[in-house]
Design a protein around this ligand. Structure first.
Ligand SMILES: Nc1ncnc2c1ncn2[C@@H]1O[C@H](COP(=O)(O)OP(=O)(O)OP(=O)(O)O)[C@@H](O)[C@H]1O
Ligand SMILES: [Mg+2]
Length: 496
């Protein structure tokens, strides 16, 4: 996996986010556990001192509360199994307390705790049996630092001992009679917390490692189609545009990406084919007249010719040169119309007037073929925003076609009308018409069929230019034709 790959970045991102969440969550649980444990220990300790206090009082009452017997009560409460005072044990009331205390002491688990009883002046009166010489000074020292009138709870940590210690005064009337100190070992709890911490420290990295592997596997699966697209894209070349990306089971964003990609390839393929056709057409259109010129020149050079023959050859050559020039000019114009529309200046043009002018000029051309040309103006003025030069070219191209493809003594009619927010100019002829199968192609560049016996210098760019000019005026060109009867071209242009 590369360091800069999306897969790596995604893996790192979610692993770190997940890691952070897990860490925070585990630490929260850990500290909460620690807190709850120490709360539980504290409440246990409180319960224990209260029980001992209560039992001591019970014994005191049973012994009828003399000062010495008081000490015996404490002693009994702490040394229940010792049966310290055999004589007193004979008393039924004491026996009863002993009995129940034995159970309670078991339930409370005091036997595992360290208990010390101090007098109100801080003298050690009694200790439980497990308090040895080593521990006693520690407990005593801690006792002396506590507030003697109140119950306090402290921690003690050393190598040998980990303790939580409660110090609790026992009152008799308003005076403190004894002070109890119970220390409970907390090793078990500490051990529990330590184990938990170790578990956290080990499990988080293991878990993260596992999920990052799993995650990167899933990311790989998600990116599988992308890799497929990449592979397909590499295979697609200008020579081999037929390739498409195919996805077996994708119905998500990737699918729309693939669709868009395939669509793009399809459009590119179309454009390439178009460019191919276009350049071979250009080559062909230029090659033919040049070949004719070369032929004429070669024939003239082969032997001495008469002045008339030379004149004829030169005349043909000039005609062909004009043809080449026309094609080049048309192509330049088309390029300009398609890609440099911003250079054209537009101005308001009144179409009735404008077409009248064009009509006057066309009449002269039509007269040569004895074609009758007419015009029908609209009733209302039709003003559009137009580039006059190109608009003139548009209509001359249409009228030129109409005259060219109409036999002698035919008719051509220009008509203007207003339709909603559009001006419509139609050029109708009574010519040879266009076969239905050619209709969709007549606006293509270089598409031309000479349907007349004359040999006009055509290159099939006229209608492409018409359409491009209409487009820069936000207009459209429609055509209807009936072979043998005639054709009508209608140009719709938005009114100002
Ligand atoms: N009015 C029409 N009547 C019959 N056929 C037409 C008419 N106008 C166009 N066509 C057909 O459409 C083809 C394309 O027209 P277009 O004007 O693009 O080219 P062209 O007239 O042949 O050449 P150019 O205009 O470049 O001199 C023509 O060759 C012709 O076959
Ligand atoms: Mg034409």
């Amino acid at each position: 996996m590369k360091l800069r790959s999306v897969r790596f970045k995604v893996s790192v991102l979610y692993t770190s986010v997940l890691g952070a969440i897990l860490l925070v969550y585990s630490l929260m649980l850990y500290f909460n556990l620690g807190y709850s444990l120490s709360r539980a220990i504290d409440s246990d300790l409180r319960k224990k001192v209260l029980e001992i206090e209560e039992t001591t009082n019970l014994y005191s009452q049973a012994f009828d509360t003399t000062e010495e017997k008081d000490v015996v009560s404490v002693r009994r409460a702490l040394h229940i199994n010792e049966m310290a005072d055999r004589e007193a044990f004979q008393w039924p009331s004491v026996r009863k307390i002993d009995q129940s205390w034995r159970y309670r002491i078991q339930a409370l688990g005091i036997k595992h705790d360290y208990v010390v009883v101090y007098s109100s002046s801080g003298e050690v009166l009694e200790t439980s049996q497990n308090v040895d010489e080593e521990l006693l000074p520690i407990l005593k020292a801690l006792f002396h630092t506590t507030l003697k009138g109140k119950t306090t709870i402290r921690d003690f940590d050393s190598k040998e001992y980990r303790l939580r210690i409660i110090t609790h005064p026992l009152y008799r009337g308003a005076n403190i009679r004894y002070i109890f100190q119970i220390a409970t070992p907390t090793e078990a709890h500490q051990l529990l917390l330590k184990t938990k911490m170790r578990l956290i420290l080990i499990s988080i990295p293991v878990f993260l490692l596992f999920t990052s592997f799993l995650g990167s596997f899933f990311v790989l699966r998600v990116f599988d189609p992308v890799m497929e697209i990449t592979r397909a894209a590499r295979q697609i070349s200008y020579r081999d545009m037929g390739k498409r990306v195919e996805l077996k089971h994708a119905d998500d964003e990737i699918k729309s990406l693939v669709d868009a990609f395939n669509d793009m390839i399809w459009r590119l393929e179309k454009s390439f084919r178009h460019i191919d056709d276009f350049s071979s057409n250009v080559a062909h259109e230029l090659k033919t007249p040049l070949a004719i010129i070369r032929g004429e020149l070669e024939v003239s050079l082969r032997k001495e010719r008469t002045a008339g023959e030379y004149q004829k050859s030169i005349g043909i050559a000039i005609e062909e040169v004009q043809r080449v020039l026309k094609t080049i000019n048309d192509l330049l114009l088309l390029a300009k119309l398609d890609y440099r529309t911003e250079v054209f200046a537009f101005e308001p043009v009144e179409l009735n007037e404008f077409m009248q002018e064009i009509y006057e000029q066309s009449k002269l051309i039509a007269a040569g073929k004895k074609i009758e040309i007419g015009i029908k103006a609209a009733e209302q003025p039709l003003t559009i925003n137009a580039n006059k030069l190109h608009l003139r070219r548009l209509f001359f191209n249409l009228i030129d076609n109409a005259i060219k493809f109409t036999p002698r003594e035919g008719k051509v009619e220009i008509a203007l009308e207003r339709r909603h927010k559009e001006a419509r100019v139609s050029v109708r002829d009574t010519g040879v018409g266009i076969p239905a199968e050619d209709l969709p192609r007549i606006f293509e560049r270089f598409f031309h069929v000479d349907r007349t016996n004359e040999a006009p210098s055509t290159n099939g760019l006229g209608l492409s230019i018409v359409q491009s000019i209409a487009k820069i005026h936000n207009g459209v060109v429609n055509v209807e034709s009936e072979p043998g009867k005639g054709t009508v071209f209608t140009v719709s242009l938005p009114l100002l």
